[in-house]
Write a protein that binds this ligand. Structure first.
Ligand code: SAM
Length: 218
């Protein structure tokens, strides 16, 4: 992911109707913002937004929020939704974005407010001393635990074997359980049903890398 600051990205973000600027103020009232009582699904570390845009188009009865910490990356997602509007005259009223670091999730969503959490191709942070920064780490699982509703699910996909093994090892100490696990998503017909590709997934699966996935609950 390119992290260089793109001139003007902050301005575009500030003026986009798809971006919620005062996300902490929406804590506990995302339903009011979407003006319906549909379930709320979020992607943490959404990157350029392809996955959530596709999900939002396929599922108008679910609200989606994408969280991305870099303005330069979020800008790409905004350009994509704008293109969709210009070329296909399509809007996605059930999709919103937040530019924030996921360590503050509990300030953005109230207890049990989120029905599903997606983590896709999260940064691996390979050094041991950075393990706490990994989005499937026990520290982050504790945050997800607070905002996810009781019978909610978290889905994680990656091509990174070491990160996946780490993520599996974090489940028990964090009090989570695996509902489904695959070490080769593309060979698992049941788990592939309805699969929506992310930008990173396209790159890695077309290079022949196996994709790992789990669905977890607690
Ligand atoms: N999910 C997308 C995909 O599958 O194509 C993007 C994957 S990319 C490797 C990881 C993204 O997560 C980057 O855009 C990064 O900026 C974002 N990210 C990593 N840690 C984050 C955090 N703590 N809070 C918010 N975003 C984060």
């Amino acid at each position: 992911m390119r992290l260089r600051n793109i001139p003007g990205s902050q301005d575009v973000i500030d003026h986009s109707p798809y971006v919620i600027k005062d996300a902490e103020k929406r804590r506990g009232s995302w339903r009011e913002l979407f003006r319906n009582d549909h379930p709320l699904h979020i992607e943490v570390g959404m990157g350029k937004g392809r996955f959530l845009m596709e999900l939002a188009a396929r599922n108008p009865d679910i609200n989606f929020v994408g969280i991305e910490r870099y303005t330069s990356v979020l800008l790409r997602a905004l350009q994509k939704v704008e293109r969709l509007q210009e070329t296909e005259n399509k809007t996605l009223p059930n999709l919103l974005f937040i530019c924030a670091d996921a360590s503050g999730l509990e300030e953005i969503f109230a207890e049990g407010e989120v029905s599903k959490i997606y983590l896709n191709f999260s940064d691996p942070w390979p050094k041991d001393r950075h393990a706490r920064r990994r989005l499937p780490s026990r520290e982050f699982l504790a945050r997800y635990d607070k905002i996810l509703k009781k019978d909610g699910r978290l889905e994680f996909k990656t091509d990174n074997k070491a990160l996946f093994e780490f993520a599996i090892g974090e489940l028990e100490p964090a009090g989570w359980r695996a509902e489904k696990i695959t070490h080769d998503l593309y060979a698992d017909h049941e788990m592939m049903r309805g699969n929506v590709m992310t930008e990173y997934e396209e790159k890695f699966s077309s290079a022949g890398n196996p994709i790992y996935k789990y669905i977890i609950y607690r």
